[in-house]
Design a protein around this ligand. Structure first.
Ligand code: KIV
Ligand code: ZN
Length: 404
């Protein structure tokens, strides 16, 4: 049976916010040149949108957003977005920064949950709704005259917003001209079924919803950002906001490499939902972002962790050598690695040791191999890893040992 070709309606756009929400991670500040380097890598990945920063927040941010808009955005390349509160000054600054792009976006946001509204504005809900509508209309007006500019609206803390009020806000901003409406789970509070249900509710109850793309923006406070984003697209969202390595405020954002690879590895489950990301750039981009932000990637991080394609136990190594699909659900080359790793340690088996010896040009006779493997096990018990130099030294020792 052949898999049907996925349609454009099933394409999920990838909105990268490494340079904005990612850079908001404590201690991750980037210089202008570092932001430019990352932006080039994001273009290699073929992301749909690069959120380059928050222009009103500082002259440095303004400059970086403007430069990324000028250099990176081409008619067929990524759209470049800048963030703005629902305030004319913010929107003006964002437009000034992004308007040089071939495909600029103003991304404006206001909080919609009662917790945020009461703490930050002390105003009735209706005032927030009116402000959202008016500022989206203001932003849309700014973009008039540009051939390919658009406006995105985010309902901050949508995950804790009364759904009935959220539907009204989404309807109002679409009415005012927003082409993308983002539903952030700002504090990573929701659970996948719940977040999927929120998106399904918007698709069902907002009468003009087909005029905009609904987007997810999930934070990882409960470790559910990837699962929530995927639940969102299964229920009708067609844009995922995410970052490389999942960096971002507090516990971070949904990790781009995780949401993209989930759809690539499980087309059977996601029924045609797909992205147009060049996944072979994931590993190098992950390393670059980690180095430039000084945010270490944990060894067991999904997809890009240094152990993600490493097998150490004898049973796993033997299975992997026979057929890598036994213990791997994706091919390392898909993310830009050349092969898996079979590190040698106390739990490694004869098959992996023999294969590594062969790779370094040592092919012992059967009897020699028995003696070698015994010596290997003794050595492996005394150190965490057995490297190629250790193997060579051990083999020389075995060969030069007197025959009893
Ligand atoms: O988490 C959030 O709500 C945000 C918005 C500004 C989109 O980052
Ligand atoms: Zn966020």
């Amino acid at each position: 049976m052949t898999t049907p070709t996925p349609t454009e309606a099933q394409r999920v756009q990838i909105f990268d916010t490494t340079l904005r929400d990612g850079e908001q991670s404590a201690g991750a500040a980037l210089t202008h040149d570092e932001k430019m380097q990352i932006a080039h890598k994001l273009a290699d990945l073929n992301v749909d949108v690069i959120e380059a920063g928050f222009p009103f927040s500082s002259p440095g941010d303004f400059k970086s957003v403007q430069e990324i808009a000028r250099v990176i955005s081409t008619p067929t390349g990524p759209r470049v977005a800048g963030l703005a509160r629902t305030m004319t000054g913010d929107i003006d600054a964002t437009w000034d920064a992004v308007k040089v792009a071939s495909r600029p976006r103003i991304h404006t946001f206001v909080a919609t949950s009662d917790i945020h509204i009461n703490a930050k504005f002390g105003k009735p809900r209706q005032d927030i709704l009116d402000m959202a509508r008016a500022m989206v209309a203001y932003a849309v007006d700014k973009t008039k005259g540009h051939v390919d500019a658009d406006v995105e609206f985010s309902a901050e803390d949508a995950g804790r917003t009364d759904p009935e009020f959220l539907y009204q806000v989404v309807e109002a901003v679409i009415d005012a001209g927003a082409k993308v409406v983002n539903i952030p789970d700002t504090v990573g509070y929701t659970i996948p079924n719940e977040f999927g249900g929120l998106i399904a509710g918007i698709m069902k109850h907002v009468p003009n919803v087909e005029k905009a793309i609904i987007s997810t923006h999930c934070h990882n406070d409960l470790g559910l950002a990837t699962a929530n984003s995927l639940a969102g697209v299964q229920n009708g969202a067609r844009q995922i906001e995410c970052t490389i390595n999942g960096i971002g405020e507090r516990a971070g954002n949904a990790a781009m490499e995780e949401v993209v690879m989930a759809m690539k590895v499980r087309p059977d489950y996601f029924g045609g939902l797909h992205t147009t990301i060049n996944t072979q750039h994931f590993y190098e981009t992950s390393v670059m972002v980690s180095e430039l932000t000084s945010m270490t990637v944990q060894h067991n991080k999904a997809v890009v962790g240094s152990n993600a394609f490493a097998h150490e136990s004898g049973i796993h190594q033997a299975g992997h050598l026979k057929d890598s699909r036994t213990y791997e659900i994706m091919v390392p080359e898909w993310i830009g690695l050349t092969g898996s790793k079979l590190p040698l340690g106390p739990r490694s088996g004869r098959a992996a040791v023999k294969q590594r010896l062969k790779q370094i040009g040592i092919e012992p006779e059967n009897a020699e191999m028995v003696a070698f493997f015994e010596a290997f096990k003794q050595l492996a018990d005394t150190q965490k890893r057995v490297e190629d130099d250790d193997l060579k030294a051990l083999f020389d020792k075995i060969q030069s040992a007197p025959v009893s």
